[in-house]
Design a protein around this ligand. Structure first.
Ligand code: DGL
Length: 270
């Protein structure tokens, strides 16, 4: 570990804009903390890419955030967490957390019948990361994990209430009724924006687990454990960096984060 200032920012990264849901939850739960958010908009989506490629992208971004002086890193992307978290923890000189464990623990806590559903990208589902994390927290849990790849472009298009999204959601989510799941993990950065629609399709009795809120709570625990909470005189600042068109980040980013995004820097990778 390197010596860092407690008032330094937390680095948060995602394959694109979706991780702003996690950054936003951190902003609300930890209002004194500064953030540097990196969205790899030039290389999104990570969901269908190989584990090796996602690991390479994630370590590049991790070291870039270290250069920006961050005191800790939150991997806000489920796919990057699923493929790269152990490597990032080994290689980066600051504490690193991801979004899978917080979501898995919250699901175990919420479930009454131990039947838990997970929806995520193909990469996250194939990695088995959620199934492992849920079974580690509750060995008797029965987990059904399904990829919902069309949800990401629907959200990016802003079609969160659209009839097309409703049809896709009905198709993807139908198997969960058969498995009698009482808890569903939204295991992808974009899915919290589809919460009302998913709620409508699965019905009011299924608990929806939003890993953004859980990860923000875990961020607090990580900072306290490492004595890294911002001091009482700290004033929060937010910086946003994208690897592609800043204007598009600015426009779409407001959908995830609200008006706190005023300016976007650009940093490209090879
Ligand atoms: N950020 C990704 C995740 O949470 C979703 C978008 C992508 O496929 O890159 O898994």
């Amino acid at each position: 570990m390197i010596a860092v200032d407690r008032d330094s920012p937390i680095g948060v990264f995602d394959s694109g804009l979706g991780g702003l849901t996690v950054a936003h939850a951190i902003m609300r739960q930890l209002p004194a903390e500064s953030l540097v958010y990196f969205g790899d908009t030039a290389r999104v989506p990570y969901g269908p890419k190989s584990p090796e490629t996602v690991r390479r992208y994630s370590t590049e971004i991790g070291f870039y955030l270290i250069e920006q002086g961050v005191k800790a890193i939150v991997v806000a992307c489920n796919t990057a967490t699923a493929h790269a978290l152990p490597q990032l923890r080994d290689e980066l000189p600051v504490p690193v957390i991801g979004v899978v464990d917080p979501g898995a623990r919250a699901a175990v806590k919420a479930s009454r019948n131990g039947r838990i559903g997970v929806i995520a990208t193909q990469g996250t589902v194939k990695s088995g990361a959620y199934v492992r994390a849920i079974e580690a927290a509750s060995p008797s849990a029965r987990v059904t994990a399904l990829a919902c790849p069309l949800f990401v472009p629907l959200v990016e298009e802003g079609w969160t209430e659209h009839e097309a999204a409703r049809l896709v959601a009905r198709e993807y989510l139908a198997p969960f009724a058969h498995h009698e799941v009482d808890t569903l993990v939204l295991g992808c950065t974009h899915y919290p924006l589809l919460k009302p629609l998913i709620r409508e399709v699965v019905g009011p009795d299924v608990r929806l687990i939003d890993s953004a809120e859980e990860t923000a709570a875990d961020t607090r625990r990580m900072l306290m454990e490492h004595d890294l909470m911002a001091g009482p005189t700290a004033s929060a600042a937010y910086r946003f960096i994208a690897s592609d068109d800043p204007q598009q980040f600015l426009t779409l980013g407001k959908r995830f984060f609200g008006d706190a995004i005023e300016h976007v820097d650009v940093r490209t990778f090879g």
